[in-house]
Design a protein around this ligand. Structure first.
Ligand SMILES: Nc1ncnc2c1ncn2[C@@H]1O[C@H](COP(=O)(O)OP(=O)(O)OP(=O)(O)O)[C@@H](O)[C@H]1O
Ligand SMILES: [Mg+2]
Length: 599
């Protein structure tokens, strides 16, 4: 079973994992599988691009013809015909441009939507330890800003670039056909342009990646501050926060200005070189015209092509910058997608046998959090909980009580030792069957910005209103809900901000009651309730715990007295167990806790 082996080495690299490896243009390969889905539309877009560039190039031929045969020969019929042909070409250009814009943007938007979907789907399944090193704001920035950059580059820049390449190649070919001598000039100018582009592009790539990272920092800082507004106001820290954020904005601005600056220099250099080339072409062409070796029409076509080529090259330089930006963005996103979940399901996961009566045993369990690998959060825990037993867990703050829950839920893998549910090692069980057997009321109830109904039905989205109502009733929250004008449809605000602490907790309890699990993990479930509702919730919990295995992190005397057994934890260790009276006589630590915590 390989899921244990690789774990400790992975812990060390956890923090570095989010740093993308040096971005390179090969990161663009990232898009290939996403693009393949839309290959038909992409081919359509290429055809449209061919139309556009073909039309643009034929304009030059038309121009030469017009000058020589129409203007030069003074034939009005040819002038008429030339105008008609030009209008037809223009129509072709318009249709091609329309098709190109529609197809390219459709493909770009769809690819970016797919990337977002894939990214979210990937992150949802990552192990929970990973989210301690990742920063939510940064993840959001990768999901939004980076994908926006990709979309911009994929749509406007890339399609413009393909057109430019076609125009460039076509223009060059026509130029060479028209005058081999001119082509020599071109042969000198092109490398002159390409070399600085390559050099600058490398610096630009670094600069734009840095700029994106700063945007990520910015988003982290905004996310944190905006979601802690109550705290900021309570401590009067508005000005400090403003200053902090402004500082971050400045850093991000500086970084992106640098990248903009480099982009500007890049296109400046290219345009200068290209127009130098054109000047030389004009000079040589002018000589030839005076010597009579070429016609005025040839020269007109020539100048037209030169300008096309010049603007195409200028456009390509923009693309060089764009591609670098996209490569940076692709890197940041693909490094997320490459993050492997450390929580690996067994190859043939077993369903939990007999989920109506769950016993739990822990043997020699050791665990430390990835972020604090040197301090054991749990040390050598040995424990057996029989089915239907009601166990209270007590201990000073930081003793490891919540951590024990995290391991039971398989949020983290133990460093060593084993957890068995109904005698099956937890790593052999299917995560789904394990977690659907467990009901968790966490220390800080988490609510979504949705209705009360949706929050209670969170674990069972298909639940009917009657069931949700019943669960709310059992959790003693029904009178409150029915007193609201919109009842179960009431919106609870972001993270449940419109509810009191005790109400949130009872919602969390109702959520568990609805799922009807047979192993209950209650983390200080009654800590935020007034004494009347506490008594009510206590009744609800007592009923709920009937016949179910339950593990309660208790801060209340009543919970402790009702328990079949009390476990005393300290410093990650199990330091005592027994009944309330046993522990009172045997454990000085327990006596102290009993005196101060439980009254
Ligand atoms: N994600 C984490 N990364 C690193 N250390 C952590 C993490 N979560 C908790 N710890 C540490 O592990 C130890 C045990 O924490 P735990 O949350 O299990 O305590 P607890 O017994 O539930 O305390 P309380 O009664 O205050 O809730 C503490 O020292 C805590 O600082
Ligand atoms: Mg805790």
């Amino acid at each position: 079973m390989s899921f244990v082996d690789s774990q400790s080495t992975q812990k060390q690299t956890d923090i570095k994992r989010l740093e993308p490896s040096a971005a390179s243009l090969s990161s663009i390969r990232f898009f290939i599988p996403f693009a393949m889905v839309y290959r038909r539309k992409i081919i359509g877009a290429c055809v449209a691009l061919l139309m556009v560039s073909g039309a643009m190039l034929s304009m030059g031929q038309g121009l030469g013809y017009l000058v020589d045969k129409g203007l030069g020969a003074g034939d009005p019929a040819i002038l008429d015909r030339a105008v008609v042909v030009t209008i037809m070409i223009a129509a072709l250009l318009a249709i091609g441009s329309y098709l190109r814009a529609v197809l390219v943007n459709q493909v770009g938007e769809s690819i970016v939507a797919d990337i977002k979907r894939t990214l979210f789907a990937h992150m949802v399944h990552l192990h929970l330890g990973w989210f301690e090193t990742a920063r939510v704001g940064d993840l959001l920035s990768r999901m939004n800003t980076d994908t926006t950059i990709m979309r911009e580059v994929l749509t406007s820049s890339l399609s413009g670039a393909i057109r430019n390449v076609m125009v460039l190649v076509g223009g060059l070919v026509l130029l060479i056909l028209a005058s081999p001598k001119m082509s020599m000039v071109v042969a000198v100018v092109v490398p002159l342009v390409v070399v600085p582009v390559i050099y600058m592009a490398r610096r630009l790539r670094e600069a734009s990646r840095l700029a994106q990272e700063k945007v990520g920092d910015l988003s982290v800082s905004a996310e944190e501050s905006l979601s802690s507004m109550r705290l900021i106001h309570a401590f009067g820290q508005e000005t400090t926060q403003k200053r902090h954020f402004a500082g971050r904005v400045d850093e991000a601005l500086k970084a992106s200005l640098r990248s903009v600056h480099l982009r500007g220099i890049l296109s400046g250099i290219i345009i200068f070189l290209v127009f130098c080339g054109i000047a030389i072409i004009l000079w040589i062409g002018g000589q030839d015209l005076m010597a009579g070796t070429i016609t005025a029409g040839d020269l007109s076509a020539f100048i037209f092509y030169s300008f096309l080529i010049a603007s195409a090259t200028g456009g390509l330089s923009e693309l060089a910058g764009g591609l670098q930006r996209a490569a940076g963005a692709a890197d940041r996103v693909s490094s997320l997608l490459q993050t492997q979940s450390e929580l690996i399901e067994a190859e043939n996961p077993a369903p939990l046998p007999n989920p109506e009566a769950i016993n739990v045993s822990l043997t020699n369990l050791n665990f430390s959090y990835p972020a604090r690998a040197d301090v054991p959060a749990l040390h050598d825990i040995n424990l057996h909980i029989t089915a239907g037993e009601r166990v209270a867990l007590v201990g000073p703050s930081g003793a490891g009580k919540s951590t024990l829950f995290h391991l039971l839920l398989r949020f983290y893998e133990p460093d060593s030792g084993e957890i068995r549910f109904n005698h099956v090692p937890s790593q052999a069980l299917s995560l789904h069957s394990l977690r659907s057997a467990i009901g968790l009321v966490p220390q800080e109830p988490a609510l979504f910005s949705a209705s009360l109904f949706e929050n209670i039905a969170f674990g069972m989205p298909e639940a009917r209103l009657e069931d949700v109502r019943l669960a709310a009733q059992k959790a003693e929250i029904l009178p409150f809900i029915e007193g609201l004008p919109e009842g179960f449809d009431s919106f609870v605000g972001e993270k449940g901000i419109r509810l009191s602490g005790g109400q949130k907790q009872r919602i969390a309890i109702a959520r568990v009651i609805l799922r009807n699990p047979h192993l209950l993990l209650l983390d200080e479930a009654t800590s935020a309730l007034d004494s009347v509702s506490e008594a009510a919730v206590q009744r609800a919990l007592t009923n709920l715990m009937q016949g179910r295995t339950s593990l309660v992190i208790a801060h209340r005397l009543s919970t402790i007295i009702d328990a079949d057994r009390i476990l005393l934890m300290d410093n990650g260790q199990l330091v005592g167990q027994g009944t309330h009276d046993d522990l009172l006589t045997n454990s000085p630590l327990y006596r102290e806790l009993a005196l101060h915590q439980f009254g």
